[in-house]
Design a protein around this ligand. Sequence first.
Ligand code: AMP
Ligand code: ZN
Length: 114
Amino acid sequence: MSDCLFCKMVAGDIKPDVLYSDEHVLAIRDINPQAPFHALVLPREHIATLNDLTPAHAAVVGHMYLAARELAGQHGFAADGYRTVVNCNRLAGQTVYHIHLHVLAGRAMHWPPG
Ligand code: AMP
Ligand code: ZN
């Protein structure tokens, strides 16, 4: 997707602060962090929203969560805890239409979420 911000990052046309990378996903530091640690895990493949997932995407979604686990472990948040969030479409607040898993840590999280 030539007009997709995260596809441009995957292609190397835009250089984010990369925290983790493997053949399935890229994890970057969020430019507008909502917690002391805020990463985004995005698949290398363009998938616009959760609604666009098919059973063929099961493995890549699994890899997104494995990357979140890796990030939390490497940055020391595994034991105290962290939050993972995927926003889907307008009412959830999705602004970038290439799915991504938010990984937030470093402060107490509220529930219910805003
Ligand atoms: P969402 O609102 O769930 O679609 O999340 C999109 C996230 O992307 C927001 O948390 C933004 O702060 C973040 N974001 C937007 N542009 C950039 C960028 N150039 N580099 C890193 N994060 C970004
Ligand atoms: Zn994309």
